[in-house]
Write a new protein. Structure first.
Length: 105
């Protein structure tokens, strides 16, 4: 068997988008989680346009991703966040620092 046949991608993910209540249009708010569909999930993007920040939209997005992960019975959910916003997530949910990972340059 060739190496190409031994290595296969397992794309599992979730994208959450919220619409503006007033206009019904998308306004640059979304969250994205990736994982293996069984044990691990990683929240990699939570984006809210500056004009819509402070309205609880990011909180709703993260809540939806966490709820979805729980329904899928994914036991290990992590979040990739810049140092400057890590405390935001720690204060609102039970995310905690759990070590470091290495990133390919």
């Amino acid at each position: 068997m060739s190496a190409g046949k031994q290595v296969r991608a397992c794309p599992i993910g979730l994208v959450v988008r919220c619409r503006c209540h007033r206009s019904g249009r998308r306004c640059g708010r979304h969250g994205r989680a990736i994982g293996d569909g069984a044990l691990y999930g990683l929240i990699v993007d939570v984006v809210v346009m500056p004009t819509h920040q402070g309205l609880g939209l990011g909180t709703r997005i993260v809540d939806r991703i966490i709820d979805w992960s729980a329904r899928q019975q994914i036991p290990h959910v992590a979040l990739a966040a810049d140092i400057g916003v890590a405390k935001f997530y720690q204060d609102r949910w039970s995310f905690e620092e759990s070590g470091h990972y290495l990133r390919l340059r």
